[in-house]
Design a protein around this ligand. Structure first.
Ligand code: PLP
Length: 419
């Protein structure tokens, strides 16, 4: 029997399907971004404004993912668009300095306690590469330790760890298990240049790091002579000074990305002057460059994105996430579907199971989740295929109420197919 959920998706999204057929001829798997792909094919989005976007078949969606947290003020946020338009009119990039980079760097240094200086990149992945390079130079060691199912971008050494595999240069330990990290550092400490950790696992399913665990890993890393790198690419949105501000955690190096670009490609590595001086022409150990690094368009957008992310707005997003979460629990119960939710701040991760698995990539509810995701799209609700939600500052209580209606309809469809 064909699934009514998938049949409805095909019926509503014919132009997206055609685009996918064409894209597959031109790009492997039809995409350049695996996290933005799902079966049977991803939607082609034409435009977005505020909390909503529209696909090329004319359907509109409440966007509860916000480009995996990057669009903290939603789509086409008017203050950012206005400033970017003005900047574009003056040129988009040049091989010389610009003023917006100073403003964004100052905003980051102001907000994040452990950061004295920053080096900009075009992605979080590149920020991880830079942190790894510094750690190798400073320690003379070659390897890295990270959490199993942690995520630090798509550099091979880190990407394998996000799938739960160790490698030639990659050691793994269990998240929130200090003894496991200590054991690896005790046995292999002399090979490990740095320990990388997210304060809250993002791709790993919005798992909050225990504060004693995070601090304990830092102490163990230092004891082994390794650097402690905190990945705040996703988590900076959770507090004015990121998670480290709220958790009073002081890493050696901090990776940033997503919201500091205001919707444009970005990454950054922050830390103290002593570590970052490897890039300084006065004492250069690393020739770090990039054609679009710190381009003024991204810098202008990022500075506004940060400036407008106030403590009050963070609090408001947290409140709406709570409202969404309790509503989801109610409707799952009503539809007799199992539901378990991980959350932190303005993000949550849905699992259609009684308990939470080790990671969204080793879940028993994969088939059910795939159907729920597509059913949500059929009812105009956009979430990540793996069940992740990230709110934005422009989402209102009315939007959350609408989201719950859509999720209810989607759960009814799923329950009908399962029953
Ligand atoms: C915690 C974390 N680190 C690093 C990255 C990689 O950033 P980018 O996609 O900009 O390369 C991501 C992206 O999702 C992330 O969530």
């Amino acid at each position: 029997m064909t699934s009514p959920i998938y049949a409805a998706y095909h019926e509503r999204t014919k132009a997206s399907a055609e685009n996918y057929d064409q894209a597959r001829q031109l790009m492997p798997g039809g995409t350049s971004r695996q996290a933005a792909f799902w079966l049977p094919y991803p939607l082609t989005i034409e435009r977005g404004a505020g909390a909503y976007f529209h696909d090329i078949d004319g359907n509109h969606y409440l966007d509860l993912l916000n480009n995996y947290t990057a669009l903290v003020h939603g789509h086409a946020y008017p203050p950012i668009i206005k400033a970017v338009r003005e900047q574009i009119g003056r040129g988009t990039c040049w091989a010389a300095a610009n003023e917006p980079q100073i403003k964004l760097a100052a905003a980051i240094v102001d907000r994040v306690p452990s950061i004295e200086q920053v080096r900009f990149t075009n992605s979080g992945t590149e920020a991880a590469a830079l942190a790894f390079t510094i750690a190798r130079i400073v320690t003379g060691r070659e390897k890295v330790l990270m959490a199993r199912y942690g995520y630090h971008g798509s550099l091979h050494e880190f990407e394998i760890g996000s799938f739960g595999n160790s490698g030639m240069l990659t050691f793994l330990a269990r998240y929130n298990d200090l003894a496991d990290f200590e054991a690896v550092l005790e046995t292999h400490g002399e090979e490990i240049a740095a320990v990388f950790l997210e304060p809250v696992l993002g791709a790993g399913g919005i798992v909050c790091g225990d504060e004693q665990f995070l601090e304990g890993v830092k102490v163990a890393a230092h004891k082994a002579g390794a650097l402690f790198v905190l990945d705040e690419v996703l988590t900076l949105r959770f507090g004015v000074g990121g998670c480290q501000g709220d958790m009073a955690l002081e890493p050696d190096l901090t990776m940033l990305g997503k919201i500091i670009g205001g919707g444009f490609p970005v990454g950054a590595l922050g830390g103290n002057r002593d570590l970052l001086k490897v890039f300084d022409a006065d004492d250069m150990k690393v020739f770090h460059s990039g054609t679009f690094n710190a381009n003024p368009v991204t810098m202008v957008a990022g500075e506004i994105s940060l400036r407008e992310l106030t403590a009050g707005r963070i609090e408001q997003m947290n409140r709406l996430r709570q409202m969404l979460q309790s509503g989801l629990n109610d409707i799952a119960q009503k539809n007799s579907l199992p539901l378990a939710i991980n959350h932190y701040g303005s993000c949550l991760n849905i699992f259609l199971s009684e308990s939470i698995p080790d990671s969204p990539i080793v879940r028993a509810d994969e088939e059910l989740m795939d159907r729920f995701h597509v059913a949500c799209l059929n009812h105009g609700l956009f979430i990540a295929p793996r069940g992740m939600v990230a709110l934005s500052t422009v989402i209102t209580e009315e939007d959350i109420a609408a989201a719950l209606e859509s999720a209810d309809a989607a759960m009814r469809d799923v329950a009908a197919e399962s029953g």
